[in-house]
Design a protein around this ligand. Structure first.
Ligand code: ATP
Length: 334
């Protein structure tokens, strides 16, 4: 059996650990493994490279993806997918394993619909895939946010400031909520949860009355409601600045804004992400060997790996953990 592995969409720490697991588990099972460079773009152009055990040496601890990632508009067209199918057939590829987010799943689902056995592995720092509780990269990004907030707290406390910290999450608050709970943020703003400027400012002032020397407010990129209350036309990059200015104006505290930006994507994957990536990679190969179901996506629920059909997986919705949000609010309110 000749299998192809690709990474697609936004990169996530742990993708390399997953590529390594696919390649080495595949080789152990007597398969040939090829890597596709630049996601679906490479599938269309036939940018394939034979993977050996050595091609995946020394990558377990590295962020990013050695196969590169890309977003391919051409693959969304019928002609693009037909070209990709021709390359799959010409190169004798029997099955494809794709590592990425829900967009990547939609691309893989269309390959599966053309009769190519396909396995999807969840990898996105946003953790916004409905068919898994954890995706590769999420644990590492939370650790990166926590590490940054630890450092910000040192200066926030010395200067008795409020810091408004923007984290990734255009459509979901998973990163903001999990890291907010883990770093004791005084307020967490997410796209899913409505809150008012009065509430946020009251929490800052309450904290100060109780002797807190500083406050940390974590804002997911997509947390629009508060900024829109202040200015309906606000541009995405300006939202967090607007929120920071208003908090400073209303509370009287020196308020600074930090956007953590792309540092959140990089870095060595955490132990949890390396373990998850290794398990998913090996399981994907095992599913192909078993041959039933022919195409599927992998997910993790309460520590147990499960597979689901693409159609079913793409319909699944998983909201952010409200219990974490509420606990974070309780624990930071005193
Ligand atoms: P992230 O969550 O990190 O953004 P992602 O996998 O969701 O990762 P996308 O850019 O949404 O990233 O999707 C990756 C690629 O998947 C797209 O560039 C495109 O090539 C392919 N793709 C997305 N949607 C479709 C679709 N409906 N049909 C075919 N291919 C698709």
């Amino acid at each position: 059996m000749r299998i192809a592995v690709l990474t697609s969409g936004g990169d996530a720490p742990g993708m390399n650990a997953c590529i390594r697991a696919v390649v080495r588990k595949g080789l152990c099972e007597g398969m040939e493994v090829v890597g596709v460079r630049r996601g679906f773009e490479g599938l269309i152009s036939g940018d394939l490279v034979v993977m050996t055990s050595r091609s995946v040496g020394d990558i377990l601890h590295r962020g990013g993806t050695i196969l590169k990632s890309a977003r391919s508009e051409e693959f969304k067209t019928e002609e693009g997918r037909a070209r990709a199918l021709r390359q799959i057939e010409m190169n004798g590829v029997d099955a494809v394993i794709g590592i990425g987010g829900d967009g990547t799943y939609r691309g893989l689902a269309s390959l599966a619909a053309m009769g190519v056995p396909t396995i999807g592995i969840p990898a996105t720092i946003d953790n916004d895939i409905g068919s898994t509780e954890y995706s590769i990269g999420f644990d590492t990004v939370c650790n990166t946010v926590i590490d940054a907030v630890n450092k910000i707290r040192d200066t926030a406390s010395s200067h008795e400031r409020v810091y408004v910290v923007e984290v990734m999450g255009r459509n979901s608050g998973h990163i903001a909520i999990a890291s907010g709970l883990a770093c004791g943020a005084e307020s967490i703003l997410t796209p899913e949860i409505e809150c008012t400027m009065d509430e946020v400012c009251a929490r800052v002032k309450d904290g100060a009355r109780q002797g807190k020397t500083h406050s940390i407010i974590l804002v997911a990129e997509g947390a629009n409601s508060l900024a829109r209350q202040l200015c309906p036309e606000v541009a995405p990059g300006q939202k967090v600045h607007l929120i920071g200015q208003e908090i400073g104006r209303r509370t009287g505290f020196d308020t600074r804004v930090i956007m953590l930006g792309h540092i959140q994507r990089g870095g060595s994957p955490s132990a949890a992400d390396r373990i998850l990536a290794s398990r998913f990679g090996a399981k994907a190969v095992a599913l192909l060997i078993a041959g039933e179901p022919v195409s599927a996506v992998l997910g993790l629920f309460e520590g147990v790996m499960r597979s689901a059909a693409f159609d079913e997986a793409l319909m699944m919705k998983r909201s952010c953990k409200m219990e974490y949000y509420e606990l974070a609010n309780i624990l930071s309110s005193l």
